[in-house]
Ligand binder design. Structure first.
Ligand SMILES: [Zn+2]
Length: 231
């Protein structure tokens, strides 16, 4: 949405422009809890499998042929896995923090968090890496929690811009750090295997809050640590 999207070609770093800083404007109450409540009415599993049968018929298949008999069940099971983020609570992941920072006052960066998400326009995968930094005030969170947080948001229908903004806003809201920086690089299969069918085109999005938003030098330091030297 208001995160910046910059499709550029890989292997030509001179084409890469620095992402701009944008303020966080998301309402955390909209995405910090589980999106599906346990008692919320939903279609049954049988109805979901019947919908897959309909799609099989639509593409010209015979859903009753042997090779496809179990396909609706498998597809729905795959959906359960790919979209489990709707049933998970991002705020809970960040809940357990440690107060002992031993005077550490620089940012903490976790680089190269691999993820796979599904684009909300085509329900096709996009995948890549998230890089997340935050500058703790008092509370720090276990490093694996940033990867868990990324997975929860990634296992929902997404745009890359929303995924970027939601990760930043969740950390901002729960940990109340001095600032958050999130950069995501991803390849979208809706662009690489259909449509314009361009393999290898990467899309970059970024989101900065607090000291990262206000201080271009900190953005630069974050971006140079994300990009080098071991890349
Ligand atoms: Zn798409």
């Amino acid at each position: 949405m208001d995160a910046l999207i910059k499709p550029i070609r890989p292997n030509k770093p001179s084409d890469a422009k620095l992402p701009e800083a944008r303020p966080a404007e998301l309402d955390p109450s909209e995405f910090l809890r589980a999106a599906v409540l346990p008692d919320q009415p939903r279609p049954s599993r049988a109805e979901a499998e019947a919908a897959v049968q309909t799609l099989l018929s639509y593409i010209g298949e015979d859903p009753s042929r042997e090779g496809l008999l179990d396909t609706p069940r498998r597809v729905v099971e795959a959906f359960d896995e790919l979209y489990q983020g709707y049933h998970q609570c991002p705020a809970e992941v960040l809940d357990r923090t440690f107060g002992e920072t031993a005077g550490y006052d620089d940012f903490v960066l976790v680089r190269d968090i691999e993820f796979t998400s599904q684009c909300e326009h085509h329900m096709m995968p996009f995948y890549g890496k998230a890089h997340i930094a935050y500058t703790p005030v008092e509370r720090v969170v276990g490093l694996s929690k940033l990867a868990r947080l990324t997975d929860i948001f990634a296992r929902r229908l997404q745009t890359q811009e929303h995924l970027t903004a939601q990760i930043a806003a969740a950390i901002d809201e729960v940990l109340k750090p001095r600032g958050v920086a999130v950069m995501i690089e991803a390849e979208h299969t809706c662009m690489s295997v259909r449509g314009v069918a361009k393999h290898g085109a990467m899309t970059f999005t970024s989101r900065f809050t607090g000291m990262f938003r206000d201080n271009p030098a900190e953005q630069q330091r974050f971006l140079s640590m994300v990009r080098g030297p071991n890349r």
